[in-house]
Design a protein around this ligand. Structure first.
Ligand SMILES: NC(=O)c1ccc[n+]([C@@H]2O[C@H](COP(=O)([O-])OP(=O)(O)OC[C@H]3O[C@@H](n4cnc5c(N)ncnc54)[C@H](O)[C@@H]3O)[C@@H](O)[C@H]2O)c1
Length: 272
């Protein structure tokens, strides 16, 4: 059964996922594209054999597809989620930070329209353990420390003037942020979606402490998750190659989206 997939955001994640779904002859066929930069969408359309149609608005796109993949930005998520759910189109959202702030509304709409929202595990490992750990007994601690090379933070809206300077001059690793997950997403919306995914998977976002670090010696994007509770303890460290197209994004995040589409096609599911 073919499923028409509409892609919102044709950057590092969107364009690679679209190309690989096509290469793998997935039942998810990208038939529509939308990007705030129409040139990006046109460029991708030309690279795909299916020559998906480029739409002028996300709303138009949603009307012409069966499923929607968001790979655009945290800000794009709330309106897109409303549009997709109200028309009963399942949504796969990469910018989980955009779900975090609107979780109650998005959950309510998903339930009302009997339509699912999927947040791939993205650049992170360990969410299966977190989801299992919350089933019984108390979780006392959840910390995520995200460390990237300084260039990965260029342009982040939450950088202070001193931090901007330090990004290019410091030879030592330093913290850019330590605090709750909402502040982390506000200040580093293109860097720490993993913390929002973790917070939502835990069912208790208030418990999550986020630390964001720039390390001039780092070559990889690292996420370290520490969880402690009645179940015991969990430490998960993921060291990811940055995507060649966008150093803020880890290659594993792209692969996680592909893994989700693969899982949606399988009749035997592995992992919780
Ligand atoms: N969940 C995770 O683990 C994870 C990991 C990496 C990236 N992300 C997030 O996924 C999203 C995509 O990442 P990317 O690396 O492909 O980014 P990118 O910058 O390479 O591409 C984003 C594309 O979306 C377009 N865009 C921006 N705002 C838009 C909007 N409102 N509507 C339509 N198009 C819009 C841009 O023009 C660009 O072409 C980002 O929000 C990023 O933070 C999530």
């Amino acid at each position: 059964m073919k499923r028409r997939l509409g892609l919102v955001g044709c950057g590092a994640i969107g364009s690679t996922v679209a190309r690989l779904l096509e290469k793998r002859r997935s039942s998810f066929v990208v038939t529509g594209l939308y990007d705030v930069s129409p040139a990006q969408a046109q460029k991708l359309s030309k690279r795909l054999k299916s020559r998906p149609r480029v739409f002028d608005s996300p709303s138009d796109l949603v009307g012409h597809v069966d499923w929607v993949l968001e790979a655009a930005s945290v800000k794009a998520v709330p309106a897109l989620a409303r549009m997709a759910l109200q028309r009963r189109k399942p949504l796969v959202a990469m910018s989980s930070g955009g779900v975090l702030g609107h979780f109650a509304e998005i959950s309510r709409l998903a339930e009302k329209y009997r339509t699912k929202v999927y947040l791939p595990s993205g650049a992170l490992a360990g969410l299966d353990g977190v989801r299992a750990a919350r089933q019984l007994g108390k979780i006392n601690k959840i910390t995520i420390t995200s460390t990237k090379p300084p260039r990965g933070f260029a342009g982040a809206p939450g950088l202070t003037a001193a931090q901007k300077k330090a990004l290019y001059s410091s030879r030592k690793a330093f913290y850019l942020y330590q605090g709750d997950v909402w502040g982390a997403i506000r200040r580093f919306p293109a860097n720490v979606n993993v913390s929002a995914t973790l917070a939502l998977a835990s069912g208790n976002p208030k418990l999550v402490k986020v630390k964001v670090m720039a390390d001039p010696k780092a070559r990889l994007n690292q996420h370290q998750v520490e969880v402690a509770g009645a179940f015991g303890q969990l430490t998960a460290v993921t060291r990811n190659q940055p995507s060649a197209e966008n150093p803020k994004t880890s290659a594993l995040a792209i692969q996680a989206a592909l893994a989700l589409f693969e899982r949606l096609e399988r009749f035997v599911e592995i992992g919780n």
